[in-house]
Design a protein around this ligand. Structure first.
Ligand SMILES: [Zn+2]
Ligand SMILES: [Zn+2]
Ligand SMILES: [Zn+2]
Length: 89
């Protein structure tokens, strides 16, 4: 799957970011502890596509649009929008 980049200004979902930090250290579904992603709408933590892809499953269930990697750096290492299917820069 190729991943594109778009400018932050062109993502209408950026305003839905509410949570960028968490104490959670495991996927909320399977307990995976590596390559975690944080849902910035609800604070849920899920594993990435190199594991069981619970981050994608969470988006498909909830429509929560934006994830960031954990541990979350400052500034954030990257921001991914599921709806736009792109990294925001
Ligand atoms: Zn977006
Ligand atoms: Zn998982
Ligand atoms: Zn969520």
């Amino acid at each position: 799957m190729s991943s594109q980049k778009i400018k932050k200004e062109n993502c209408p979902h950026l305003s839905e970011i509410k949570i960028t930090q968490t104490e959670k250290k495991a996927c909320g579904v399977c307990g995976e502890r590596e390559n975690l992603r944080l849902c910035t709408s609800c604070g849920g933590v899920f594993c990435c596509e190199s594991h069981q892809a619970h981050n994608r499953e969470h988006y498909e269930k909830t429509g929560h649009p934006i994830i960031v990697p954990l541990p979350a750096g400052t500034p954030l290492t990257w921001i991914w929008c599921w709806v736009d299917n792109a990294y925001l820069e």
